[in-house]
Design a protein around this ligand. Structure first.
Ligand code: 5GP
Length: 253
């Protein structure tokens, strides 16, 4: 097989040069990291599950007219995506208090917010992705006012879509993080949802029991991460109902 050019390797994914100009191949690794990579583990099957789940969410968004980088899934671990310039912001939308919001403001986890809260974090591992305001974003030229209007609108549309899809399968979308990319078309640019949407970047709680079905299972040592993600995939019909969690191949005598 011809060697591919690696463009970028992150904590959970690798980007390779794509088959055509303007495309990339996004490879989902099994590596799980938390607390800025201070906690690390390999979770067999996580990459396969996130590839399928991100495909599911991005396809749904494309279908309702929310532009994303996703073109098609190529195989178990890879998808073809549009190459774009990532805006150095993590855009977080919250429906229910949890995680850093609860910690920072002392609001009890599980408190339903009266309106979605959108927050911005500057993407910089060395700084621990600090929270920033629109003032910082404008002053440092990370995005224009028009970009910010478009980002807010994209974030809220993703929230409406994802909340509905998850509630239909008995899961509460507590919060999530997305990344936004710029796509250039001649003199014009368009903003699109990039990176991934998966249980790695969302908080998902069972609507009845409150059971966590997202990366907090790993962050807080609450059980088997692959089992939690498999449950999300099963409920969404992304995996057959009776399939076992994806693990390494085992030899059968
Ligand atoms: P919090 O700010 O409460 O830690 O996170 C809010 C939401 O954004 C959670 O769903 C969390 O999973 C997601 N999130 C925040 N930062 C990151 C990040 O660096 N990587 C990923 N994958 N998700 C993040």
């Amino acid at each position: 097989m011809a060697r591919r050019k690696k463009i970028y390797e992150g904590k959970a994914k690798i980007l390779y040069e794509g088959p055509e100009p303007g495309t990339l191949v996004q490879y989902f690794k099994d590596d799980a990291t938390a607390f800025n990579a201070q906690k690390k583990e390999v979770v067999d099957g996580k990459g396969v599950l996130n590839n399928r789940l991100s495909e599911f969410f991005m396809t749904g968004l494309n279908n309702i007219g929310v532009p994303t980088h996703f073109i098609k899934r190529l195989n178990m671990r890879e998808q073809l995506v549009r190459s774009c310039e990532i805006i150095p912001l993590e855009v977080v939308v919250r429906n229910v208090a949890a995680g850093s919001l609860s910690k920072r403001l002392g609001i009890e986890e599980g408190t339903v917010l009266t309106r979605p809260i959108v927050e911005y974090y500057y993407k910089d591992d060395k700084l621990g992705d600090p929270m920033v305001t629109e003032e910082h974003i404008a002053a440092f030229g990370w995005a224009s006012q028009q970009d910010m209007d478009d980002i807010l609108s994209l974030a809220l549309r993703v929230n409406d879509f994802m909340s509905g899809v998850m509630m239909a399968v008995g899961i509460r979308l507590v919060d999530f993080k997305i990344e936004i990319g710029r796509l250039y078309d001649g003199d014009y640019q368009r903003l699109i949802v990039a990176d991934e949407i998966s249980p790695d970047s969302c908080r998902l709680w069972d609507a009845e029991s409150g059971q966590k079905l997202d990366k907090d299972v790993f962050r807080r040592d609450l059980g088997d991460l692959a089992d939690a993600y498999t449950e999300v995939a099963r409920r969404l019909g992304v995996m057959p109902k009776n399939s076992q969690p994806i693990t390494k191949p085992t030899l059968i005598n």
